[in-house]
Design a protein around this ligand. Sequence first.
Ligand code: GS8
Length: 220
Amino acid sequence: MANEVTLLDFWPSPFGMRCRIALAEKGIKHEYKDENLKDKSPLLLQMNPVHKKIPVLIHNGKPICESLNIVQYIDETWNDKSPLLPSDPYKRAQARFWADYVDKKVYELGVKVWRTKGEEHETAKKDFIECLKVMEGELGDKTYFGGETIGFVDVSLIPWNCWFYAIETCGNFSIEDSCPKLVGWAKRCMEKESVSKSLVEPQKIYEVVLKLRKASGIDQ
Ligand code: GS8
């Protein structure tokens, strides 16, 4: 069967970026469709009727939803090169645990930093740095989270690198001051073409964040 692959995405989405990196790592030719989330396409509504969210990977007409699920699907389907998940069941379970931590902690707290004011904002900043330190502890002295090559946890976390500038600027703090090793890891990831071409300029994300802050009444 022909391999027809389409990614429904939205350019600033860190969830979409995960899928872009995985497709690039595997060298999968695909069609990229940028959605207007204020006016979702009939295709998106048809392919993800439950959540109606991007990203959605459409492989030979069949949809796969949820970014971490998509990255695993890509890894299992195109398993001839650049493995993202380890083959050992325990290591696979650990990789999924940390990717889930990224979603439940790094993402949630990062959003809280730029979307809140006052005491809530100050608490979110502290909690955000604490959870990045936890990630840094997990990285240890390894090149990537999974070892010598880029893997599932790296792909899950690295998209937030282009959101960090907005988070730091809104919070008036430096991630590098608290987590220099994590910033070093992000720089290493960015040296990979699969990553750098899948992420967007931090300044563009900052502009998106400023618009969202205005829309939600945080900024005048
Ligand atoms: C999150 C996707 C998501 O939030 C995943 O794929 O990992 N858990 C999911 N997608 C957003 C855009 S990025 O912030 C989205 O599609 N939002 C549209 C909406 O909520 O209507």
